[in-house]
Design a protein around this ligand. Structure first.
Ligand code: NAP
Length: 278
């Protein structure tokens, strides 16, 4: 355990809504670390200076959130291969020599959330349908490929973005038109929503689950609300469902380990603390 006071935080714009301080400060208290985790509102034009500030201020590192996840990569001294593939970072770790290393733990968090729901879940069990082709989709698709998924059906409203991911990620990924989302569910072992549809204040996802096997796992990256209309419909027809809270909580663990030296767990108490804040 370190003796110095360790500081980290999250840079974003806007950032006030971030749950990361609640998560990390919970672990700081639980593990009796000397340190704190804060919110850093960083306007887009100030990202370079803010990242150089990590070194200048001696922070252990930082989380990076919207809209900086892609831009922040260019200020790193080294980027983890997984983050390079995803094309964005969500965690910066300052090394003892001052070098800044970038990571993306969103895919790790996602896989952990699936394993929490189904401990013997395996990516190679069967085809996966992924709805959406934005930032969350990239992290989830890369993590599924790395875990051995053999067929990923990608469906996005803007077809060209799905095609671009097929070009980039290759063989396991195939693109379909958004209008094919109902029949693309036939035979899948996992359905993932990475679009913002179903989020609080947004319309629900318009999808017919008739073709979806009852054995399929259904997950949603959204965590406000905890049960999206998609997850509710899936649960009512007997599918096991996974909301986006596990992804959010688990992505924070490797960052905490890197900064504070302890790999923390996602306890019921932490989960309740975050749920109460939603
Ligand atoms: P993003 O990069 O902006 O991507 C948004 C995606 O939603 C795109 O594929 C977009 O399709 C699609 N979409 C938006 N409106 C749509 C509509 N009316 N009809 C059909 N598709 C629509 O956003 P993101 O960062 O990937 O985030 C997506 C969701 O994941 C958000 O709800 C976010 O809260 C959640 N998320 C959760 C976590 C977690 O830790 N649990 C982490 C990251 C993100 P087009 O390409 O056609 O625009």
């Amino acid at each position: 355990m370190h003796n110095t006071f360790i500081m980290a935080g999250v840079m974003g714009w806007p950032v006030a809504h971030s749950r990361s301080p609640l998560i990390h400060n919970h672990w700081i208290q639980q593990h009796k670390c000397k340190g704190a985790y804060g919110l850093f509102p960083v306007e887009p034009g100030h990202l370079d200076a803010a990242i150089q500030g990590i070194r200048a201020l001696g922070l252990a590192g930082c989380n990076i959130t919207i809209p900086h996840k892609v831009d922040a990569m260019k200020y790193m001294d080294w980027v983890d291969p997984m983050a390079l593939r995803i094309g964005a970072i969500n965690t910066i770790v300052r090394q003892t020599d001052g070098a800044l290393h970038g990571f993306n733990n969103d895919g790790f968090g996602y896989l952990q959330s699936l394993q929490e729901a189904q401990p013997n879940w395996r990516a190679e069990t069967g085809p996966v349908a992924v709805l959406g082709a934005g930032g969350a989709s990239r992290a989830i698709v890369v993590s599924l490929i790395e875990s051995g998924a053999t067929e990923i059906r990608l469906l996005n409203r803007t077809r060209s973005k799905a095609d671009a991911l097929v070009q980039e990620f290759g063989a396991p990924v195939t693109a379909f038109d958004w209008s094919q989302r109902h029949e693309a569910l036939a035979g899948v072992a996992l359905l993932v929503n990475t679009t913002s549809l179903g989020m609080h204040g947004q319309p629900g996802l318009d999808i017919d689950l008739a073709q979806l096997p009852e054995t399929a796992l259904v997950s949603d990256a959204i965590y406000v609300p905890l049960e999206t209309p998609l997850l509710q419909a899936a649960r009512l027809r007997g599918n096991t469902t996974v909301n986006g809270l596990g992804m959010l909580l688990h992505q924070a663990r490797p960052a905490f380990k890197a900064w504070f030296g302890v790999m923390p767990e996602v306890s019921t108490e932490l989960r309740q603390t975050i749920v109460a804040s939603l």
